[in-house]
Design a protein around this ligand. Structure first.
Ligand code: UT7
Length: 331
């Protein structure tokens, strides 16, 4: 039995934050951000909005798109690196807000690869667990945990808030659609290359006043290192997942990569030799929305009539952990 994406929905907050807005807070410029990343603007939530709120809004859009009532959702997977609280899991908050008591709720923590890991998990739960409408959400509120001083400019300018959701269901029409293959990887030896160093449960207290003074409560990244890893491992994993079904890059109709940096996606496209017109990029409008980015890009492709029934689509990502992976599906 195959699983497929029965519905897709997204939600981004209405507040647009431009590069010029950020340049008022820190020593950066529209030119630097555009040249190095491609980002023009991103969305930020208003005070009082959590990742679960964005996730619920995207869920409602995905359920409507799938033509199901919320009550038909029978499993919730939420991918986020910006959970509402350290515990309990944000999927539980989302489940309560959606009014789905009793439905299993699972958080996964694979950062930028969260949507690819989550789809893989949803697919296997459909196949092995008999679930009929698995809700997969990627939701992030980054804007409440970034260092908006010049000290944090290398990371702060990159990220935006948003959510994407998919309803994953068994395919019952006998067609060739659905999720075909996946390839997942992780290498925790590189965990410190992109993480929040100040939050360390091996210490008592786990975060000190000195940490906060030094800005260690904010994410830190060795940008060049992560960039190099992304342009090496993402092409490899795309080839790996395609090989599983005997496909090649030439067979692909659409590549939907994680939106971390337009330059990364351009380099990946060049390396695998895909026509840039087949690569979906919307980082220009949303920045890096981590676990939400692939769903936002996939939904954009559909809205722009770039995604058609039967198309061979590859999703691919690398992020903190490191985690990386790719998944192919026929739309
Ligand atoms: O989604 C998770 C995975 N994340 C990624 O894949 C991100 C991968 N990395 C990147 O996208 C890039 O490394 C960045 C966009 C983060 C940075 O671009 P870069 O070309 O690697 O710049 P850099 O870090 O080497 O910094 C170059 C210069 C430095 O100044 P000096 O030392 O040359 O004087 C930085 O201090 O740019 C400076 N800089 C900035 N200047 C203006 C760093 N951030 C900024 C900024 N505005 N926002």
């Amino acid at each position: 039995m195959r699983a497929y994406i029965k519905g897709l929905g997204t939600f981004v907050p209405s507040r647009v934050v431009t590069n010029a807005d950020l340049a008022e807070k820190m020593d950066t410029s529209d030119e630097w951000i555009r040249q190095r990343t491609g980002i023009v603007e991103r969305r930020y939530v208003e005070e009082g909005t959590a990742s679960s709120d964005l996730g619920c809004a995207a869920t409602k859009a995905a359920a409507e798109d799938a033509g199901i009532a919320l009550e038909e959702i029978d499993f919730i997977i939420l991918a986020t690196l910006s959970p509402d609280r350290f515990f309990p899991g944000t999927a539980c908050y989302m489940q309560a807000k959606l009014g789905l008591p009793g439905v299993p709720a699972l958080d996964i923590r694979q950062q930028c690869t969260g949507f690819v890991y989550g789809l893989t998990l949803a697919e296997s739960l459909v196949r092995s667990g008999g679930y009929r409408n698995i809700l997969l959400v990627g939701a992030e509120v980054h804007s409440h945990s970034l260092d908006f001083t010049t000290r944090g400019r290398d990371v702060a300018v990159l990220f935006g808030d948003g959510a994407g959701a998919a309803i994953v269901s068994p395919l019952e029409d006998g067609s060739e659609r659905g999720i075909l293959a996946h390839a997942l990887h992780a290498d925790g030896r590189f965990a410190e290359k992109l993480c929040i160093h100040g939050w360390d449960i091996s210490r008592d207290p786990y975060m000190t006043a000195e940490d906060i003074e030094a800005g260690e409560q904010y994410p830190k990244m060795e940008g060049r290192y992560v960039f190099k890893e992304a342009v090496t491992r993402v092409p490899q994993v795309i080839h790996e997942v395609l090989a599983k079904t005997g496909h090649s890059v030439a067979d692909l109709d659409l590549l939907v990569p994680h939106q971390a940096n337009l330059r990364i996606n351009e380099a990946v496209a060049k390396q695998i030799g895909i026509d840039p017109a087949k690569v979906v990029n919307n980082i220009q409008r949303f920045g890096n929305t981590t676990a939400a980015s692939i769903a936002l890009a996939l939904a954009d492709a559909r809205a722009q009539d770039r995604l058609h029934p039967g198309d061979l689509v590859c999703l691919a990502a690398l992020g903190s952990g490191f985690t990386w992976g790719a998944l192919t599906l026929r739309w």
